[in-house]
Design a protein around this ligand. Sequence first.
Ligand SMILES: [Zn+2]
Length: 392
Amino acid sequence: MKRHAPLFILPFLSVLPLSACGDDGHDVDETAAFEEAFAQTELGKSDEGGCSGVVVPDRSGFARRVALTFDDGPNPATTPAVLDILKEHGIRATFFINGSRVRGETERTILARILAEGHILANHSQGHLDLKRVSADKLASEVDKTHAAILEAGGEPEFFRFPFGSASCAAMRHVEDKGYIVTGWHIDSADWCFAKGQGGYCSPATFRYVPDAYRRDLEGYTMSQVRAKNGGIVLFHDIHANTVEVLPRLIATLEDEGYTFVGVDDEATFPRLNGVPPPPQLFVGDACGEDAECNFASASAAAMCHRFSPEGADFETGMCTLPCEGTCPDMAGKSPTFCVSLDGGATGRCVAKAHEVNAECAAILGTTATMADRFIGQSSARPATALVCMPQ
Ligand SMILES: [Zn+2]
C-alpha cells in the first residue's frame, strides 16, 4: 500500500516534511518512497516484478568492497567538502546529479572537478520527480536534460539512478534503451532522514526501518548494514551537512575494518550490474587459492580455503570448506556435503561427498574417496559415515 493520502489532505504542509529534494515544487511522499525502496532491497518485495529501480542484480560476494554513491547534487555548500574528503582518502565514488541543480558556473565547476578527480558523473534525472508517475514525454525530458548536462561537463553518461529508486517497467525500458545501466543500491544510509530531524534525529515517522539504537547515529546505522552485507553500494546525498560531518569518521571506520572502495563500474564487485558474466560460484569442495574465493553467500565470513599438500606431492592445493558441527549446507548443482574432522577430531569441516558432480572425488585435486565418520561436536546430529572427498 502506498501512502499518498496526506498530500491531498494537507497540501500546505506537503512542501515541508514530505516533499523531496529538487525545486520544482512537486509533491512526492519521500517517506513512502524510501520505505518502499527499503522493502524492495531488504525484504525482496517489488510490486513491479523485475523492474525495480532499487534492486541491484548483484546481491552478494562483495568481499568487503564498498561503492559510495552521492545523490541529488551538486550543492556548492556541501559537494566540495565531500570531494575534499574523498580526495584525502583516495576514494573513487559516484555522483548521481540532478540537472536542475546545475544553475550556473559554480555548479559547472563542481561537475568538472568530480570528473577531474576520477569520480563517475551519473544521471539522477532533471527534477527528482517520481518517474513512475510521469508521462512518457516528461520521462524523456527528465532523462535527456541531465544527460546533456553530463555531456557538457565532459562526462560519459552511463549510469542512471531513479529518484527514490522508483521505476516502472516502461520507465526502466526507456532508460535502458538510452544506453544506461539502471543503478540502485544495497544500503540506504538514511542520511536524508537524519538530516530532517532536530540534532540529527531520524524519526520513526520519517523512516520506520532504522532501529531505535541508531536513531541519532547515522554512522552506526550505515556501518551495521555494511557489516551485515560485507560491502555493497551505499546511498548518500552530498547535499546534507550531516553527511559531510559523518563521512570522515565513517570512512576511517571502514578502512580500519579492512573495507576497500570501488566505483559502481567495478566488474569484479558488481559483474551483473555491469553486464559481465559473474565468476563461477565456489562452494564446499571446489578448488581455491585463498579464503576470499570461498566467500559464498550462504556462509559468507565463515567459509575458508583449506590449504594442504597432497601426500607425496611437492605442491599445495586448496578446497573450500566451512566450520561445522553435525551438519553442512548443500547448494544446487554442487556435490552434497558432509561434516567431518580434518584434524583428528578437534574441529569439524564440511567436505564434499563422493558424487558424480566431482567424478567420485577425481575432480577435487589431492583428495580421494574415503569413508569418514560424521563430526558431531556439540550438536544433536546422529552418528553416521559417508564416502567423502578427503585430502590425502
Ligand atoms: Zn535522489
